[in-house]
Design a protein around this ligand. Structure first.
Ligand SMILES: [Zn+2]
Length: 214
């Protein structure tokens, strides 16, 4: 996995993932160079599949440093590395999926940079930053707003997973339940051993009493 360099002129119509063509990731200042992170494309496909999407629209992909500055960035952010997209997703019903739901599922899939970026809660920013996390909501500024979008947006995980036919990973809870049962079993075994030795002791006493009566 690496960040690949494309030429808009030569590679524009090439697919860089199942649902993305190179030109969709172009810098909007018209630069020929387009940087696209393969891992980002792979993660977006996972998100796309999880939400059973019909399509997704990129509103901003790669940005040259000068274009990034022109649109209010600092000229060195994730978009300038080819590791970020701003986009919105259409569900199987053809409607735009709420960014609140997209943020929650992106969080579960392991994206480190995730943010709602519009007041309509339709568009998200997703990036592959490797140091730290940014879970943002640009309607509230550019700082980190939460460590859990479910809590932040008040989204019910079980209902969301049911809606998209996703399996909730409850392996941790199952492991704990098995461990608890094992402990209970061990305790019962010890109790059983103690009861057996009590019975042995009582039998011995009965034998002794019988001998005394002879
Ligand atoms: Zn962005």
């Amino acid at each position: 996995m690496a960040v690949k360099t494309y030429s808009l002129k030569k590679d524009g119509n090439k697919y860089c993932s199942e649902h993305t063509q190179v030109y969709e990731m172009k810098s909007k200042d018209g630069a020929d160079k387009v940087l696209i992170d393969e891992k980002l494309m792979e993660m977006i496909e996972k998100l796309f599949d999880a939400m059973k999407c019909q399509k997704y629209i990129i509103t901003s992909g790669y940005r040259t440093p000068s274009h990034d500055k022109a649109v209010g960035g600092n000229g060195s952010g994730q978009h300038t590395k080819g590791t970020a997209v701003d986009c919105y997703f259409y569900g199987a019903d053809g409607k735009i999926i709420s960014s609140k739901e997209v943020c929650c599922i992106a969080q579960d899939l392991g994206f480190n940079g995730i943010a709602n970026i519009t007041s309509k809660y339709q568009e998200v920013h997703l990036d592959m930053r490797t140091s730290g996390k940014w879970y943002g909501d640009e309607t509230k500024g550019t700082s980190n707003v939460t460590s859990d979008f479910y809590a932040y947006f008040g989204v019910d995980k079980a209902a969301l997973y049911k809606k998209y036919g996703l399996a909730v990973d409850n392996s941790a809870e199952l492991k704990k339940a098995i461990d608890d049962l094992k402990k209970e079993n061990d305790a019962l075994r010890k109790e059983n051993t103690a009861l057996k030795s009590n019975i042995d002791l009582l039998n011995e006493k009965i034998d002794n009493a019988k001998k005394a009566l002879r």
